[in-house]
Design a binder for this molecule. Structure first.
Ligand SMILES: Cc1cc2nc3c(=O)[nH]c(=O)nc-3n(C[C@H](O)[C@H](O)[C@H](O)COP(=O)(O)O)c2cc1C
Length: 199
């Protein structure tokens, strides 16, 4: 008898003060939801109180925050701190994790935000899934239209000019990069079954 593998569940949780990171989060979610057999959900941190069960049940949690003063935003940090009882019980141990961030600067110290998200996942005993893309816009033949134009490895980066609204920023290449992250995590979640001995 063959046993049907249950659909993988991917939760995307994000904060966005002005809508730009929400656009990125929606793209990550779209990418994950496009994978057959994957149930993808998208949560704003302000509504996390209603979604703890879904986060606990997820096979993968994708974390997203704008970069504010070189790190995660205060609302996202409040969410991180509110997971401390789960940290103490290591309830999320063995889940997959990934991350994304958006800021006004091309660099803007975004890497520090992604590093913060990675360390958060490590403290929870989660297993980090990187972006898995070579750098875009990396040679004289490259362009800002390239996937992964900001050349990140650890997660998806996006950049939004500070004077543009979320209807046009971040640009299409960053939205496609975010979709790629969602797809990659969803595919990983479909094939990720940690054994009971995994610790
Ligand atoms: C309090 C604050 C701090 C910021 N700090 C940075 C920063 O360190 N680096 C950067 O490149 N942009 C910084 N920005 C710009 C935001 O990252 C940028 O506007 C981003 O698109 C906001 O995303 P959101 O609309 O999802 O909130 C900051 C913006 C705010 C409001």
């Amino acid at each position: 008898m063959t046993t049907q593998k249950p659909a993988a569940r991917v939760a995307v949780i994000y904060h966005s003060g002005y809508g730009h990171t929400r656009v990125q989060a929606e793209a990550v979610h779209r990418g994950a939801a496009a994978i057959k057999g994957v149930q993808a959900t998208l949560f704003d941190v302000s509504e996390v109180a209603q979604h703890w069960d879904a986060l606990d049940a997820a096979d993968a949690i994708i974390l997203g925050s704008p970069t504010y003063l070189a790190s995660v935003s205060a609302p996202f940090k409040a969410f991180m701190d509110s997971t401390s009882s789960r940290w103490a019980e290591q309830r999320w141990r063995g889940k997959l994790a990934a991350g994304f961030t958006n800021s006004a600067g091309m660099n803007g110290d975004k890497l520090h935000t992604l590093t913060t998200l990675t360390l958060f996942a490590m403290q929870h005993g989660m297993v980090w899934v990187g972006l898995g893309l070579l750098p875009g816009n990396h040679t004289s033949r490259g362009s800002p239209e390239d996937l992964n134009r900001l050349a990140s490895f650890v997660g998806a980066m996006a950049q939004s000019h500070a004077d543009l609204g979320s209807e046009s920023a971040p640009p299409d290449s960053d939205r496609r990069t975010a979709e790629h992250l969602g797809r990659r995590v969803a595919l990983a979640a479909l094939s990720w079954t940690p054994s009971p001995q995994f610790a």
